[in-house]
Design a protein around this ligand. Structure first.
Ligand SMILES: [Ca+2]
Ligand SMILES: [Ca+2]
Ligand SMILES: [Ca+2]
Ligand SMILES: [Ca+2]
Length: 412
């Protein structure tokens, strides 16, 4: 298992089976029902103290169950194999017990591996009887469980809990086939829930009425994009309507603004990045203005680039981190070191993941490298949710070709 040890900046102490968090009592099992959190045995989900004390021999308290500003710690990657046709693996608490479970889409249904004792040891079980390509959970105001927005091959569907099981709520024809990705945001209004689905030929926006659990197509919101590869949603231009960044047919990076009732596809801005593939949105330098990260492929040497948004409302010049990344790699954004600046996560090779931390000047050029114990060709990479009770999202990579999902725990 030595090869599985993660290489990180700063301090890292491997977890033990008996105590997931490095703490004063590491190596000593907590009593039944309790977990080691921030150096003490506590109820699962216990909130970390605001200012955790440093652990002896581990400057900054790294691994104490809490991230303090500037700490970046990762634990041993969890690998699940033999997950045939797995796509879009994500961490979602489907059974409402407070512990995030592993959910992934397949050709035969949406599958669930329940979290047990901080891991995912069980066999996959059928959660929803639908062949799905991509999905996103959103809170259901009626039950306390997630409402699933699902992109199947030709339909978009809402699945909700009834009598303890997930059942189809509503369904709408996509009007296109073979979705590449689905994202949720508030594109058509500040308090709305919208689903943006990317196909190879079009980006289509749907309005999700969560209260009535119905779906409709947002009028005048189709963006024709032959050969599109990726998109991301977040508020960019300061008007409280989420905006969409998308890579189009010519590998050009574009931003389309959200507007009342629609995605303003005619108001799109060409960002001037060519040869792009993946894209993500975040505030890397912590100035309150959201920036763009993208993978690009000049001369067949894919690298990670980014653009900082300037106060004048435009993006500054293209910057490259200079670090090589896997061709066609998905990109994700999350603040993994708790300093308030978003960090960018992307694969560097098929056996590692790179974390580029945000700094006041932009993304650092030398990433933290997390080695993986197996080869991964991630079709999707999510850094959206935490399964280990610390509010720092964990990294979930899904490799449908090898039938493999790898989870890299952050803040172990
Ligand atoms: Ca659960
Ligand atoms: Ca906006
Ligand atoms: Ca910024
Ligand atoms: Ca950060």
């Amino acid at each position: 298992m030595i090869a599985a040890l993660a290489l990180v900046a700063g301090c890292f102490k491997p977890s033990t089976d008996s105590c997931k968090y490095q703490c004063a009592t590491e190596g000593t099992p907590c009593p039944s029902g309790l977990e080691c959190i921030a150096g003490r045995c506590a109820e699962p989900g216990t909130t970390c103290p605001a200012a955790p004390s440093d652990e002896a021999g581990c400057p900054g308290g790294c691994g104490d169950g809490c991230v303090t500003a500037g700490e970046l710690c990762v634990g041993l990657p969890i690998v699940r194999e033999n997950l045939t046709t797995a796509l879009d693996g994500q961490l979602v608490d489907v059974d409402n017990d407070g512990a995030k479970d592993l959910v992934f889409a397949t050709d035969t249904g949406v599958m669930q591996i329940t979290q047990v004792a901080g891991g995912f040891p069980g066999l996959p079980a059928l959660l929803m009887n639908i062949a799905a390509r991509a999905f996103a959970p959103t809170p259901d105001p009626i039950t306390s469980r997630p409402l699933f927005v699902i992109a199947a091959s030709t339909t978009i569907e809402l699945w909700r809990v009834e009598l303890g099981s997930y059942l189809r709520g509503s369904s709408l024809n996509l009007g296109a086939s073979d979705p590449l990705g689905l994202r949720l945001g508030s594109i058509t209004g500040p308090a709305t829930t919208d689903a943006s689905i990317l196909f190879g030929s079009v980006l289509r926006t749907f309005h999700i009425d969560v209260a009535s659990r119905t779906i409709s197509i947002a009028a005048n919101s189709d963006a024709p994009l032959m050969g599109a590869s990726a998109h991301a949603i977040a508020e960019i231009n300061g008007d409280d309507y989420d905006d969409v960044a998308v890579v189009d047919n010519s590998s050009l990076l574009k931003v389309m603004p959200g507007a009342a009732g629609k995605l303003d596809v005619n108001g799109r801005t060409d960002i001037g990045v060519t040869d792009a593939y993946g894209v993500a949105i975040g505030d890397f330098n912590g100035d309150g203005l959201r920036d763009l990260a993208f993978t690009t492929n000049p001369q067949g040497q894919p690298t990670l680039g980014y653009l900082l948004r300037e106060p004048a409302g435009i993006f500054g010049s293209t910057r490259s981190t200079g670090s090589l990344v896997v061709a066609a790699a998905p990109v994700a954004v999350a603040d993994l070191d708790g300093d308030g600046r978003d960090d960018v996560i992307v694969q560097g090779t098929t056996t590692n993941v790179l974390i580029f931390r945000g700094t006041p000047a932009g993304l650092e050029s030398t990433p933290v490298i997390v080695n993986l114990p197996v080869e991964v060709h991630a079709q999707t990479l999510h850094v959206d949710a935490s399964y280990n009770h610390d509010d720092i999202p964990d990294i979930v990579m899904t490799d449908g070709v090898n039938g493999r999902i790898v989870i890299v725990p952050t803040n172990p």
